[in-house]
Write a protein that binds this ligand. Structure first.
Ligand SMILES: Cc1ncc(COP(=O)(O)O)c(C=O)c1O
Length: 501
């Protein structure tokens, strides 16, 4: 069946109709605001916003089986009519015409089943979903594709001429923002604010390489966030942090992909995500809720949100008894190897509170759980995962450690199947692996190497070094033959190789 043979209502929209179908809805005063202007907070009460699609009832009118066929059909298209996250166009931003969509290859990241050894160690069947295999090597590209497609749409529609995008970042938001803005230059320029020395060298190199204006300030992410909030209130800039509700919409694609990858059977699934600014868990809950309400998935999967003991304000909130009046208290963070999630005052906390309540209510059961893990557990599980064929970053290690904790807490059963979010590529956080291997973590991290996981290069050179002043430099003739003999002999001895007969 061809795409244009589906009824008009379920084909991706080619013509925009921003006639009030999509609106911002305030989570505080519940007021609604039009999307012609980019808003971050409610102009009336200052609370955070979520985007709401007034046509959603119409999407619900199409039965789940038809939706599944449409989505599976789109997956088979060689030249997809709807690319990347916009395979789920109707759920992500149906007012954005496909002609405004910015696509840099994001989404549809691999889902890799853990090998038998790792599953036996973990005591549960689980898969990593590798969001580090997005273009800027983290899940942030999903939300940036959506936010930048929307801005592109505003430009194409003549609502704005030029945009300076701005964000605070623990490293990955800035990498993604700068990359997508660079693609849309000269109409969009990018400026990013980073906490000095609290992003990795790889992360810092990304916005620099994309040509963004990069500002470093003393302090932590929460301080940078205050500055960009002030800038976006006082000046004409487009804020690209997840306070921007378009980011959340794009990140919902993570849930849609999991649903599709597991044939829409979610009843026995557990999705584990790390939490920093809480945009990701907001999007994951919101995405599953939409698919469930549209009848596309059979149940709402369990969700486990994980935080390090060094940055755990969300966990602390939910640790308070449910019957009492829970109070959210921002905290001062301590150094964490899950550095990109080192956030003490998550911007999306009101969204989390709203959605956790709704998620559990719609499920009719407790389906959202929180776990806290030590820095040691994060590193140990990250390295264990990677020794078994994964490319998990420290936050992926945090997720896996959180899954273990949730099992210990009795929130997850060993008969369930988990999908563990590795939110970025391991290489972005290689410095923490180095510190672990060299036992050189500065005070404050509370991580010591487990000798079984430590790995170091061995420098092999001939004994009689004076004859080979620069081992590694190609030598010639007999000298080179002796070099090869000596070095290969040492490697064979070290690996305990048996000689061929
Ligand atoms: C790699 C990585 N993992 C996890 C997080 C936490 O996600 P969120 O801030 O949406 O909670 C971030 C960013 O903050 C991140 O960059």
């Amino acid at each position: 069946m061809k795409l244009d043979q589906f009824p008009e209502a379920i084909r991706p929209r080619l013509i925009p109709k921003p006639d009030g179908e999509m609106i911002y809805r305030c989570l505080g005063c519940r007021k609604e605001h039009g999307i012609e202007t980019l808003l971050y907070t409610c102009p009336d009460c200052g609370s955070v916003l979520l985007l709401h699609d007034r046509r959603f009832e119409r999407l619900k009118a199409i039965d789940g089986g038809t939706w599944r066929k449409i989505l599976d059909y789109r997956r088979m298209l060689k030249d997809p009519a709807v690319k990347g996250i916009y395979r789920y166009h109707e759920f992500i931003g149906p007012v954005i015409p496909l002609s405004s969509v910015v696509y840099l290859g994001e989404g549809h990241t691999p889902v890799v089943e853990a090998n038998a050894h790792l599953q036996a160690k973990a005591g549960i069947r689980f898969f990593y979903k590798n969001d580090g295999q997005n273009p800027s090597a983290s899940f942030k590209d999903r939300g940036m594709a959506s936010a930048l497609s929307y801005i592109n749409f505003l430009i194409q529609e003549g609502h704005v001429d030029e945009v300076l995008s701005i964000c605070a970042s623990t490293g990955d938001t800035s990498a993604a923002a700068a990359l997508y803005a660079a693609y849309l230059k000269p109409k969009i320029k990018s400026a990013v604010l980073l906490p000095h020395k609290k992003v990795t060298p790889q992360q810092l190199s990304q916005p620099l390489g994309s040509g963004a204006d990069v500002f470093e300030i003393p302090g932590v992410f929460d301080d940078c966030m205050k500055v960009v909030e002030a800038l976006s209130e006082r000046y004409n800039v487009a804020l690209l942090n997840s306070k921007n509700a378009w980011r959340i919409l794009g990140q919902e694609s993570y849930s849609y992909e999991i649903a599709q990858d597991f044939d829409y059977a979610m009843a026995d699934k557990v999705v584990v995500v790390p939490i920093g600014n809480a945009g990701n868990i907001t999007a994951v809950m919101s995405g599953f809720l939409k698919f469930f309400e549209a009848g596309i998935i059979d149940a709402l999967p369990k969700i486990v949100g994980v935080q390090s003991v060094h940055a755990n304000p969300v966990y602390r909130y939910y640790r308070q008894p449910e019957d009492g009046q829970r109070k959210f208290v921002p905290m001062t963070v301590k150094p964490s190897v899950a550095q990109a999630a080192m956030i003490g005052n998550p911007v999306s906390m009101p969204r989390v509170i709203h959605l956790v309540e709704r998620y559990n209510r719609v499920a009719g059961d407790l389906r959202v759980f929180f776990a806290e893990v030590t820095e040691q557990d994060i590193m140990d599980w990250q390295l264990t995962a990677n020794r078994n064929g994964h490319i998990a970053c420290t936050h992926g290690g945090e997720s896996l450690a959180g899954l273990m904790k949730a099992m210990q807490n009795g929130d997850v059963d060993s008969k369930e199947t988990a999908i563990v979010d590795s939110t970025a590529h391991a290489l972005k956080f290689a410095g923490f692996q180095d510190m672990y291997f060299q036992d050189s973590f500065p005070d404050g991290y509370a991580v010591r190497p487990n000798p079984d996981l430590v790995n170091r290069p061995r420098y092999v050179r001939p004994e009689s070094i004076e004859k080979f002043p620069e081992a590694g430099r190609p030598l010639e003739g007999e000298a080179f033959d002796r070099f090869v003999d000596a070095v290969s002999g040492q490697i064979a001895e070290s690996l305990d190789l048996k000689k061929k007969v």
